[in-house]
Ligand binder design. Sequence first.
Ligand SMILES: Cc1cc2nc3c(=O)[nH]c(=O)nc-3n(C[C@H](O)[C@H](O)[C@H](O)COP(=O)(O)O)c2cc1C
Length: 179
Amino acid sequence: MVRIGYIVGSFAEDSVNRKLAELLVAQAPERAELMEIDIRPLPLYDRHLDAEFPEEMAAFKKEAAAVDGLLLVSPEHNQSFPAPVKNALDILTRPPKQGVLAGTPMGIAGASPSRFGTINGQTQLRSFLPLLGVKLMGTPLMAVQVTGDTFTEDGADAALVRRAAKYMDALTTWVEQHS
Ligand SMILES: Cc1cc2nc3c(=O)[nH]c(=O)nc-3n(C[C@H](O)[C@H](O)[C@H](O)COP(=O)(O)O)c2cc1C
């Protein structure tokens, strides 16, 4: 059994990325245990906080260190990933030499009404996470274009459900092999 902590990069109450995260959690294989690592309580990082992390930052870092792998499900804001996601990732790399990101297996996913479905934001994440030592899963991609039919009261679109199951199986294998 591997433990995968998932981070939702949107703070919106009706977030489509939270819906995608919930779908991915629901479709995870039995050999994976998923738990949310909530970034909403995090203060903005400042290097003066390295001397003593505020409680919320210390707790967040501890939760991220306790899992075998991470799953980031994030929107795209202005062709990039949102600032709270960068803040959270920065916190996980600090204080110097006490970061917990290096060596961590990770998958990224995102949803957007755009037909490119967060791919630009994901590409930017892919440009620096490996440089931090993150073992980033390459494929399958999970960049989802959300329409009115994607998430309904009856559940998610059947093709997306199948895709989510394949993605979570691949991510679980990735975490098993790299943690
Ligand atoms: C500040 C801002 C910038 C946005 N920029 C993009 C963008 O670059 N690409 C995109 O696909 N959607 C963009 N959107 C639309 C979001 O994809 C859409 O609001 C989506 O619902 C956000 O995900 P969420 O519901 O999980 O918060 C932007 C939205 C906001 C609020």
